[in-house]
Ligand binder design. Structure first.
Ligand code: FAD
Length: 403
């Protein structure tokens, strides 16, 4: 692929110059010149009114899209427990499959996990591909990739969705590379172009300053990962019926280079932001790291988790595991308290799907108030203790410190 200026059509109008995010377009002798460093983002192509800039592509062999059908969700499980993101992806996958009029399937790998299949059907799957083998007891890239790649080659799904979890982020690129197809990571929106059977994969780009919609028009399957809590699961319907297809692993080449010797569980306090129903988050507006104690106290009173903005994390006030946002965790609690957080787009990218957002900020024009359900204008150091006191009263908790 490359980019070129069609000089006959270029009038040197300069509109393309500011459109380039990398500042590499110059007008020389009344013609646009694109210097080295272009990543083919296409911003100048869109900006040019004279269609004088084009991205050139090598002719690709056209694939026969009619050979590919079905939306698949990788059913992530650990120790026989389904990851919540699997149910969320089934909910979204159901919508896409219905629009495409294609079946929705879950792909379940593990050892002795057959009983999870009905749960996947109850959450929207029409069928479940069940690969059950001792080699699949623990997630290992080699074994999981092999089984999924073999199955994809046989069944030819149109779309595959995976959670952007530690497992999904490790598995998806390997599968995509083996299948020589594209992968869009960390999507925040998915839609389909029914006529072309293309998946429109939306995700933040350029540091979250714009949302890009990415297509994979010439390869199949179309693959995307989605962070937990971006989509909502369907209500469980235990009466739903579906087909469970046992994957024949007799001919699988188990070329496994790693071995699980021992599973060591993390001990101590584990921040589980992604699963929390209530999150109290603190930002630079707390003014001092010691004021995080106020955030923690409110979180404890409400039985919630503690979150933070990147500014607070970067300042060393709280560990990275608490960071909410584009480069932190994506959360979707019932209630999200933003305490002294400005509301930068990168922070909103990780929490704007919360059901209720309560913002405390001394600046009435802070952007966080634009998405807040309730806004309190005031000094967070005064408001937080008052709120905690009132919640303690309402919940019948002693006014002494909560442990
Ligand atoms: P500030 O922007 O400094 O805002 C502090 C707020 O507190 C202000 O609104 C102020 O009015 C208010 N305030 C000050 N004193 C008080 C007081 N006493 N009482 C009440 N209010 C007060 N950010 C994230 O959070 N998460 C991410 O994942 C993330 N990823 C990023 C990725 C990239 C590529 C980039 C470029 C940036 C990213 N950021 C992220 C950073 C983001 O752009 C902001 O810089 C950051 O969110 C700001 O944090 P803040 O709101 O705590 O701080």
């Amino acid at each position: 692929m490359g980019i070129r200026v069609i000089t006959d059509k270029c009038y040197g109008c300069k509109v393309c110059v500011p459109s380039c995010p990398f500042g590499i377009i110059e007008i020389i002798d009344k013609k646009a010149v694109i210097k080295d460093g272009c990543n083919l983002c296409g911003a100048c192509v869109t900006a040019c009114k004279f269609k004088a800039i084009e991205i050139t592509r090598e002719t690709e062999t056209k694939i026969d899209k009619s050979l590919y059908s079905g939306v698949w969700v990788f059913a992530e499980q650990r120790e026989g427990k389904l990851a919540n993101v699997t149910k969320e992806l089934l909910g979204e996958g159901r919508k896409l499959a219905d629009e495409l009029k294609e079946p929705l399937a879950a792909v379940l790998l593990g050892k002795g996990i057959g009983e999870l299949a009905q749960g996947l059907i109850a959450h929207g799957a029409d069928k479940v591909y069940l690969a059950d083998a001792p080699e699949l007891e623990y997630f290992l890239e080699d074994s999981y990739t092999q089984v999924i790649v073999d199955l994809v080659k046989k069944e030819r799904p149109n779309i595959i969705l995976l959670g952007a979890t530690a497992i999904g982020r490790s598995l998806a690129p390997k599968v995509a590379a083996r299948l020589e197809t594209g992968l869009t990571a960390d999507c925040t929106g998915l839609e389909v172009d029914v006529a072309e059977k293309n998946l429109l994969q939306t995700r933040p780009a350029f540091g979250g300053n714009l949302m890009a919609t990415i297509l994979c028009p010439n390869h199949r399957p179309q693959m995307a990962t989605v962070r937990p809590k971006v989509f909502k699961p369907l209500a469980e319907d235990p009466s739903r019926t579906g087909e469970v297809i046992t994957v024949d692993l007799a001919k699988t080449k188990w070329d496994i280079r790693a071995q699980v010797l021992e599973v060591v569980k993390e001990t101590g306090y584990v921040v589980n932001l992604e699963e929390a129903n209530i999150i109290v988050s603190g930002g630079r507006g707390l003014c001092d790291p010691k004021n995080f104690a106020m955030v923690e106290e409110l979180a404890r009173v409400l039985g919630g988790a503690v979150g933070a903005s990147r500014a607070a994390v970067d300042a060393g006030w709280i560990p990275y595991a608490h960071q909410v946002g584009q480069t932190g965790k994506t959360v979707g609690p019932k209630i999200y308290f933003a305490c002294g957080i400005h509301g930068a787009i990168q922070h909103l990218a990780g929490m704007s799907s919360s059901d209720i957002i309560i913002a405390i900020n001394k600046n009435p024009d802070a952007p966080i108030f634009k998405i807040a359900t309730y806004g309190i204008v005031g000094d967070v150091r005064e408001v937080l203790p008052l709120l905690t006191k009132e919640f303690k009263k309402a919940l019948g908790v002693s006014q002494e410190a909560v442990v």
